[in-house]
Design a protein around this ligand. Structure first.
Ligand SMILES: Cc1cc2nc3c(=O)[nH]c(=O)nc-3n(C[C@H](O)[C@H](O)[C@H](O)COP(=O)(O)OP(=O)(O)OC[C@H]3O[C@@H](n4cnc5c(N)ncnc54)[C@H](O)[C@@H]3O)c2cc1C
Length: 380
């Protein structure tokens, strides 16, 4: 199996396939495996993938503790204080907040760097009837029984699978980064969302005393053309927000804070063409409001490895993968999009008021119940 793309999806696929006895190799265009973005929360469906890959014992070592989720209004008043302990009790698995760099390093080490070729950009896919050939900028041609497009939201492999370009939908602009964690910024073991006025600021502790943060705002996508000094811009956009948000804006380092455009696309009619399959954002990029994009990519990897090792023909195995993963991911894409529309991109005041109201009244149960359902509907 030739895997195009060495992000979280491609690396997890490499590990899952090799562990299942499949000869798999990752081809990544960047000169090094480096994170796009800063952190993420491995909710229990992500933790289960790492467990299945034999990495369960190593996960706490790359993670910080996480016991609570808090929502606060812009002034800093607590809207909802949600204990995650009922979630952990119900599922028997924890949530692990991690930096992307740490997660990718763990996956790369487990995969073995010898199974990754860096600095090679795939520029074409040819199907030969008995597998396919991936063509790279340096002229190299790699033949494989299966080609996996784990090449992200702007996937070249997807163009081959669908025979057409698709339209990406822009939702909002986001700045992400890491700062040193302090109690003044964010309480210990707590994922805090400061929310209001179609904007969000999130803070999540990750390993080695760091805090992953994100600022979300429905600015026009050309904001970079008007961007003054980052901290000034964030100061304007989050003017009047609480002391901890202001302290975070001062602490954010413009040199390492990354601006990302949050985009998704409608669920695809297929993830597969012949012996070529899509995985991760290439197949189902979603907005981050449910925190599931990378986790769904990791689930894809496990399911792909399962289907390819049942003894079925490759075409049948990929058809099974396609059906299972489209059914799983399409509702998550649409639910994330609906939450994004309510809270950030169009900020439907009725939907967002209803959601904030729900948080203050029944936050704990609803939040935990929804997460349990999301995990239990998954493959592990
Ligand atoms: C602001 C933000 C916050 C997010 N927060 C969360 C979260 O909390 N939890 C969560 O689960 N998800 C989150 N996500 C989603 C998550 O980041 C993605 O779903 C995940 O990274 C997708 O992984 P991937 O491997 O499919 O794609 P990518 O990470 O995009 O990796 C694709 C790789 O393919 C390589 N590549 C591309 N084209 C080629 C080519 N032609 N040849 C060779 N290599 C190529 C790229 O260099 C890249 O390394 C967030 C996303 C955003 C934007």
């Amino acid at each position: 199996v030739a895997i195009i793309g060495g992000g979280i999806g491609g690396l997890t696929a490499g590990v899952a396939l090799r562990q299942a006895g499949v000869d798999a190799h990752v081809y990544e265009r960047a000169p090094a495996i480096e994170p796009i973005g800063a952190g993420l929360c491995l909710w229990p469906n992500g933790a289960r993938v790492l467990n299945a890959l034999g990495l369960g014992a190593r996960t706490p070592g790359i993670s910080a503790s996480l016991n609570r989720v808090q929502y606060r209004d812009p002034a800093g008043h607590l809207l909802s204080d949600i204990s995650l302990l009922p979630l952990y009790d119900a599922l028997g698995d924890h949530a692990y907040p991690v930096s992307r760099g740490d997660l990718q390093a763990l996956l790369l080490e487990h995969l073995g760097p010898e199974h990754v070729t860096l600095a090679v950009e795939c520029v074409g896919i040819e199907e030969t009837g008995a597998g396919g050939v991936a063509v790279f900028t340096d002229g190299r041609r790699v033949g494989a029984d299966v080609i996996v497009g784990a090449d992200g939201i702007r996937s070249l492999v997807r163009r081959h699978v669908l025979g057409a370009e698709i339209e990406l939908r822009y939702h909002y602009t986001c700045w992400v980064g890491l700062v040193s964690a302090t109690e003044a910024l964010n309480p210990h073991a707590t994922f805090t969302f400061h929310i209001g006025g179609a904007q969000r600021c999130g803070m999540l502790p990750v390993a080695r005393g760091r805090l992953y943060f994100f600022f979300d705002a429905p600015l026009t996508p050309d904001v970079q053309d008007r961007e003054p000094v980052l901290n000034e811009l964030l100061g304007e956009v989050f003017d009047g927000w609480s002391d901890s948000v202001q302290s975070l804006i001062s602490a954010a380092d413009p040199a390492t804070t990354v601006r990302l455009l949050v985009q998704d696309f409608d669920p695809l009619p297929t993830f597969v063409s012949g012996t070529v399959a899509l995985l991760g954002d290439a197949a189902h990029a979603m907005t981050p409001t449910l925190g599931q994009g990378a986790l769904q990519a990791m689930e894809d990897a496990i399911v792909l490895a399962r289907h390819l090792t049942t003894g079925a023909s490759i075409e049948d195995a990929l058809r099974g993968y396609d059906a299972e993963r489209r059914a799983r991911t399409a509702p998550v894409v649409l639910a994330a999009r609906a939450r994004t529309a309510a809270l950030i991109s169009t900020a439907d005041p009725v939907a967002s008021d209803a959601w904030y109201q729900e948080l203050t009244t029944s936050g704990n149960d609803r939040f935990v119940d929804r997460l349990i359902q999301l995990v239990e509907e998954g493959p592990l």
